[in-house]
Design a protein around this ligand. Structure first.
Ligand code: GLP
Length: 245
């Protein structure tokens, strides 16, 4: 695992955008896995800015979204689909034919897995991390061999995401790429920001590989970059925490 520590959220977002832009430059037909969440907002904004200002093109890229709440349609304000549509898909030159979403109302996990395989697999998987260590919506205890499937959300995850739902209850179930699906990606970049993620980041990066911390599965992958801001890096061992860029 390579750990990159930036000063702040904006630095983390620029570093993540650098990885995506570099990968697109090397392979315009890049296949991307895309998460949602507050952590990713700055990265997508930076990619859109570079598309407009510097001609960064997604025209030949393919995307697969990572997860979705069960029961939510594409227009629901808290759906992962709407998040990605508004923050990236409609803002850049992605070809709709190559933009894939998990359908919260009629999920077909097998078809999704086949679509990923049909695209040649995911080249670059971007990830956030939940406060309980989840990646996608693979909650603690998820099998490291798990595939795209329906899952039950923990109370902690529902609470952490309540701010996207306003007065509405957060759905109790979701559909997510599995940890096995994620681990098949050629390259994985996990982002985390803020002191509230520090302990779980340290557990994922430096603790034992343990299904109780789903993100620790990434230690088994050969090409993982963890991009953090200083606060999210603050519980790492001194050696890691003093590393930079
Ligand atoms: C959410 C999503 C994940 C996301 C993570 C972190 O619940 N299912 O895909 O990466 O938890 O979210 P945030 O960036 O808002 O902290």
């Amino acid at each position: 695992m390579r750990v990159v520590i930036e000063d702040d959220y904006d630095g983390m977002s620029r570093a993540a955008a650098d990885v995506v832009a570099g990968a697109l430059a090397a392979e315009p037909r890049l296949v991307l896995g895309l998460p949602t969440g507050a952590t990713m907002v700055g990265t997508y904004a930076e990619l859109v800015r570079r598309h407009r200002a510097a001609g960064l093109s997604f025209a030949r890229a393919t995307t697969f979204n990572l997860d979705e709440y069960l029961g939510l349609g594409p227009d629901h304000p808290a759906s992962c689909r709407r998040y990605l549509e508004e923050r990236l898909v409609r803002q850049v030159d992605l070809d709709r034919a190559r933009v894939h979403f998990l359908d919260g109302r009629a999920p077909d996990p097998v078809a999704y897995e086949l679509a990923i395989a049909g695209a040649g697999g995911i080249d670059l998987m971007l990830l956030g991390i939940g406060g309980n260590g989840h990646i996608g919506f693979n909650e603690p205890g998820s099998s490291f061999g798990s595939r795209t499937r329906q899952v039950t959300l923990t109370g902690q995850s529902r609470e952490a995401n309540a701010h996207w739902f306003g007065a509405e209850p957060v759905p109790g179930r979701a559909v997510t790429m599995g940890i096995g699906t994620i681990l098949e990606s050629d390259r994985i970049v996990l982002l985390a920001s803020g002191a509230a993620k520090a302990a779980i980041v340290a557990a994922a990066v430096e603790g034992p590989v343990d299904p109780a911390v789903p993100a620790s599965a990434l230690q088994m992958h050969t090409d993982v970059t963890i991009v953090l801001d200083r606060d999210a890096a603050s519980a790492l061992s001194g050696e890691r925490a003093s590393a930079s860029g």
